[in-house]
Ligand binder design. Structure first.
Ligand code: CO
Length: 134
């Protein structure tokens, strides 16, 4: 069921400061900041040969990463995203095996315009998991 690693998301208090080492010493291609008000974040994409890193900075009052940054003021790994072919089929298999799907359980359109779901960190060794229909 599980496909490619789509991205690793890192919450940061300051996007430019977070992007600096990737753009500088590591020599990665780093996108311009992109505000995604409907997701409550501004994002910078760091392109790697086999995946990408997304740096997330809170945007607005109800950012979903605000609480995380309160607990982790210097920033930290927020979630990882795996691709699946069929998100509804994946959801049903996961649910039937006892994995907790967050929110309403219905896929929402994620930051890349594709349907996504989040899975409870307690079911994945403390790591928030996003699945995206690739
Ligand atoms: Co993500």
């Amino acid at each position: 069921m599980i496909g490619r690693l789509n991205h690793v998301a890192i919450a940061v208090p300051d996007l430019e400061a977070g992007a600096r080492p990737y753009r500088g010493v590591l020599g990665a291609f780093v996108s311009a900041p992109q505000a995604l008000p409907e997701h409550g974040v501004t994002v910078i994409f760091v392109e790697l040969p086999n995946t990408r890193i997304e740096l997330l900075e809170p945007l607005g009052d109800k950012s979903p990463i605000a609480g995380f940054l309160k607990k982790n003021p210097a920033g930290g790994m927020h979630h990882i995203c795996y691709e699946v072919d069929d998100i509804l089929a994946a959801r049903d298999v996961l649910k039937n095996s006892g994995v907790r799907v967050l929110g309403s359980g219905e896929p929402v359109i994620g930051a890349h315009g594709k349907p996504v779901l989040f899975l409870h960190p307690k079911d994945f060794c403390g790591t928030l998991i996003e699945i995206e229909q690739a």
